[in-house]
Design a protein around this ligand. Structure first.
Ligand SMILES: Cc1ncc(COP(=O)(O)O)c(C=O)c1O
Length: 426
């Protein structure tokens, strides 16, 4: 006999209690307040099921970990068969898996120059490596980063986060970091000094509320970096791996950075791995210091197998093109919704399947997230701005699923626009 619904409900409630007791009580309370009482059970394609069986279309996807879909069986099979003969490998030694993935990354990244890789485990680590490399190579110390930026919570990455709440409890952070507004070339120009080693930006800001730069911005940063011998670091941790309708976000603007970071979807939603990919010239830094940056689990042999299988899956299934087509389908629906609900929806910012719904005020984000969850859609407001909801489904999402998401959003807006307090801050 299988487990009954009421037994599953009990298992779920006990796990919530244990999470509260042993992990983080405020996380449980905050997510519950946003109407997310989900405990992930089955996962498949563009959807996830609660432990008790309720299905959700997943438009949260850990902000872009699941580009190849949830619990992708091809990636799982690649990992399973690798487990027959491999373990994580010893980071000090050579392996075919590491070499193959680094070579593949050199092939798929734009331009001829991005050809060398340092592997890591997570995104913050990839950013730390990028900043270390920029400082070490240029022998300069200053790093320009942007307001509302999100690069992770490790040392150098945290110093480049553009949100006070994440930084202040840990100050003083690493010196030499200077914040400027995003999408503002003049501010960057005014901040550059002879000591500037790097400019770091997300190609499109994710956590900061899906902020898409103007067409001049990234080419302008590239030019400034060339003129002043500064490393341009593009954080493609959310925008990479097909999310925006191209393999990498920077391809929309024909800009090749000196250093690019990848993480999240490089691991296919199955196994953690990150990469800091850099121009060959920067190798000079490693010549006297081949062991200056080490990561025991970074670029493990198993992680590299998964990374290769993930890239292969994206290419073979034309997921970049599919993301662009599904993005257009969303765009049409959102154009109508913006006209229908101007009291709720101010604008939609979008590149492919990286979508931000800009609500008219901050109280709407949590209320909409709850209404979405009630109707079987997971879509959560941005970490640094609750007036923006991020829609970032798996790239395998189908026409029918896009239409269902739009239907849920429309129903939720209809209900909310009938409620009191719209157009006012809480
Ligand atoms: C753009 C960006 N950079 C860096 C990171 C940090 O990645 P991780 O959480 O794997 O350290 C994130 C995580 O959300 C991110 O969105």
């Amino acid at each position: 006999m299988g487990i009954t619904d009421s037994e599953l409900e009990k298992i779920k409630e006990q796990a919530f209690k244990d999470f509260e007791e042993y992990i983080n009580p405020m996380k449980v309370r905050t997510l519950n307040q946003a109407g997310i009482h989900l405990m992930e059970g089955k996962r498949e394609g563009a959807s996830v099921w609660d432990l008790t069986g309720k299905k959700y279309i997943d438009c949260q996807t850990g902000s872009g970990i699941m580009n190849v879909g949830r619990h992708n069986s091809e990636i799982i099979n690649a990992l399973k068969s690798a487990l027959d003969s491999l373990d994580i490998g010893v980071f000090l030694f050579f392996s075919k898996q590491k070499a193959d993935l680094a070579k593949k990354l050199a092939e798929i990244t734009p331009g001829e120059d991005l050809s060398c890789t340092v592997f890591g485990v997570g995104g913050g680590e990839a950013i730390d490596t990028a900043i270390k490399l920029a400082r070490g190579y240029t022998m300069k110390t200053e790093v320009i980063y942007t307001e509302k930026a999100y690069h992770g919570h490790t040392g150098f990455a945290l110093s480049a986060i553009g949100r006070d709440g994440y930084r202040e409890p840990f100050e003083p952070l690493i010196p030499g970091f200077k914040m400027v507004p995003y999408n503002d070339l003049e501010a960057v120009k005014a901040t550059i000094t002879d000591e500037t080693a790097a400019i770091i930006v997300e190609t499109i800001q994710g956590e900061g509320g899906i902020n898409i730069p103007g067409d001049e911005y990234l080419p302008g940063l590239r030019k400034l970096c060339d003129e002043h011998e500064i490393c341009l670091i593009l954080d493609e941790i959310q925008t990479g791996m097909g999310r925006t309708g191209k393999m990498f976000g920077c391809e929309h603007w024909d800009v090749v950075p000196d250093i690019m970071t990848l993480a999240k979807s490089l691991g296919g939603g199955i196994y953690p791995i990150s990469a800091t990919i850099y121009r060959k010239e920067l190798q000079d830094f490693f010549i006297p210091h081949p062991f200056i940056h080490l990561s025991t689990f970074g670029g493990s042999d198993l992680g590299c197998v998964v990374g290769l299988a993930t890239i292969d899956y994206i290419q073979k299934n034309n997921l970049c093109e599919h993301a662009a087509v599904m993005g257009e389908r969303f765009k049409q629906g959102f154009t109508t919704l913006t006209q229908q609900y101007p009291d709720l929806l101010l604008e939609v910012r979008q590149k492919g399947l990286m979508i931000g719904l800009q609500y008219t005020n901050e109280s709407i984000g949590p209320r909409m997230t709850k209404k979405f969850a009630d109707r079987g859609l997971l879509a959560v407001y941005a970490g640094t701005d609750s007036s923006v909801c991020r829609i970032m489904p798996s790239l395998v999402i189908s026409d029918g699923e896009v239409d269902k998401v739009l239907e849920i959003i429309e129903d939720s807006m209809k209900e909310l626009s009938g409620e009191k307090g719209i157009g006012q801050e809480d």
